[in-house]
Design a protein around this ligand. Structure first.
Ligand code: MSP
Length: 512
């Protein structure tokens, strides 16, 4: 089996999970499930990023120890995973021993090789962003942008990682590996960023300013800069598991591509003598009315509200159907409700209900064998072959929103086929030719619904299991075999009709 290693970013253990965090997990999970169905041995890592100034401050404000604080927050992130049907193999916390051990050993190795040096640092520091700022970060009027919060000038000796020495190599690498970053235009942005000379990276924080971090192995007066620590999670989680590193994809948001993932990370790996990941998959942001959702702007939507109300599958479907991976997407409850009602309640839910209902009414609940496939059946089958021929490559290229668009067009065509064949009319006819048509129609409905359901598996794991169960389907063969038109349900006993996606209650009328 081919091994496939995929990661999400590790979330700051500094606040509760929100829609952006949920989305990234779901996107990664869809890819992980897709690869598993294709036969890969998948290792899927997620986790929490637990060191740094912000965590230290938040813990202090609450009057508790940082460890106690991150234990609670990390648990919240962990608890979210099963609720979203995330099939991760591992969950890493940067406060775990296995992680600290790797960070410490890489630091020592880099120090011994001379890639880390000590120097006096003078600079403007943003506590909120936990980074030193540069002159070019100032606004035209000389002040600092608000996102940096309070900015103070600091002079202190620190440790630096030699980035600049590897700038030419990185440019060369990115130029030769065009598909390293998805979408491609992001790779161009990185190359653009690399036109300016790189500064070496300050990887230490003096203990008196920051205690909550991994101590530098060669100077106990300092802890490790949180990004240097955090990036190594992808490797530390699997360092003891042979055959997994390097990662196939790191799934990250656009805000953490440059410089951490596109500049620091490849250089750290190169210097540590480790193979580079095969790619960085960069998604956009979920916005509300054009603004990024974040704690500080207060427009954070609790993803769990929709999950509790409509189920994880509907939530996953909406996020994957709506977001063109790479671009930003707008979120609103209204957009969710519109998709839910049209695609899930009407198109898919109705199809399931009708198929079960008619199979029970006209065939004693047993899927009949097709007898006389006429033009409508051949057209539907041809459409399936075309849909599948597009669906798989679209998934392969992370174009899930278009893949789902095609799949739901197929589902609507099944519904149109049912309208056209009108089994309820055929069922009333005494003509034996109509009885044949009826059995063929019931078989065709069931088969096309089965195929659409099998294709939907990576996106809606629980709902598709349920549909397969009520159709009386038994698992057989590989995913690709199951995706081929083949009337696999002939003779299957279906369940009673049921409503899979209940229509949301209409909003209460406004009081006069
Ligand atoms: N801890 C760092 C990542 C370290 S990875 C070695 C971090 N954490 S975060 O909690 O701020 O963000 C985690 C992920 O969620 C990032 O990939 C980020 O882009 C993503 N999102 C946060 N808000 C988002 C949206 N509103 N929309 C989509 N994803 C966004 O960065």
């Amino acid at each position: 089996m081919k091994s496939f290693y995929i990661t999400t970013a590790i979330d700051y253990a500094n606040g509760s999970p929100h829609l952006g965090h949920a989305y990234e997990k779901i996107l990664t999970d869809v890819i992980a499930r897709y690869r598993r169905l294709k036969g890969d041995q998948v290792y899927f890592l997620t986790g929490t990023d637990e060191h740094g100034q912000k965590v230290q401050q938040s813990a202090r404000q609450r009057g508790i120890a940082p460890q106690e604080f991150v234990d609670a927050v990390s648990q919240e992130f962990r608890d979210l995973l099963p609720k979203l049907e995330i099939s991760n193999s591992d969950f890493i916390r940067t406060t775990e021993e296995r992680h600290k051990r790797v960070v410490t050993s890489v630091l020592q190795q880099l120090y011994d090789r001379g890639d880390i040096y000590r120097a006096e640092y003078r600079g403007f520091y943003s506590t909120r962003q936990e980074q030193f700022l540069q002159e070019k970060d100032r606004l035209p009027d000389g002040t600092w942008p608000e996102i940096f919060g309070e900015v103070t000038e600091i002079v202190e000796p620190n440790y630096f990682f030699k980035l600049r020495d590897h700038q030419a190599w990185l440019i060369e690498f990115l130029t030769q590996n065009e598909g390293f970053i998805f979408p491609k235009y992001r790779q161009k942005q990185v190359l653009e960023f690399l036109r300016e000379p790189l500064n070496d990276l300050c990887i230490s924080r003096p203990r008196e300013r920051l205690e909550w971090g991994i101590p530098l192995p060669f100077d106990a007066g300092y802890v490790t800069y949180v990004w240097f620590d955090a990036l190594l999670n992808y490797y530390s989680a699997v360092a003891d598991r042979p055959g997994i590193w390097p990662a196939d994809w790191h799934v990250i948001g656009k805000d953490i591509l440059v410089p951490p993932h596109a500049v620091y990370w490849p250089i750290i790996l190169k210097v540590a003598g480790l193979p580079l990941p095969k790619g960085l998959l960069v998604h956009g942001w979920w916005m509300q009315s054009g603004a990024k959702m974040s704690k500080s702007t207060g427009n954070v939507l609790n993803p769990l509200d929709l999950v509790t109300e409509f189920g994880a599958d509907a939530f996953r479907y909406f996020l994957i159907r709506e977001m063109n991976v790479g671009q930003d997407s707008d979120f609103s409850r209204q957009l969710f409700l519109t998709r839910y009602t049209s695609d899930l309640a009407n198109d898919l839910g109705n199809l399931v209900n009708r198929t079960l209902n008619m199979t029970n009414r006209f065939a004693g609940g047993v899927v009949p064998a097709p007898e006389a496939a006429g033009e409508p059946e051949q057209e539907l089958r041809a459409l399936w072959d075309k849909t599948l021929g597009e669906y798989l490559p679209l998934c392969e290229g992370f174009q899930f929103h278009t893949a789902l668009d095609r799949l739901f067009a197929f589902i609507r065509t099944i519904n149109a086929y049912i309208e056209k064949l009108a089994p309820w009319k055929l069922g009333k006819s005494a003509d034996p030719a109509d009885a044949i048509k009826l059995r063929t129609a019931l078989a065709t409905m069931a088969e096309s619904l089965r195929l659409a359901t099998v294709a939907l598996r990576p996106v809606m794991p629980a709902a598709t299991d349920k549909i397969m169960a009520v159709l009386g389907a038994t698992a057989s063969g590989t995913w690709e075999e199951e995706l081929a038109w083949g009337h696999r349900l002939t003779g299957a006993k279906v369940a009673e009709a049921m409503v899979l996606f209940p229509r949301p209650a209409p909003p209460a009328p406004a009081k006069a």
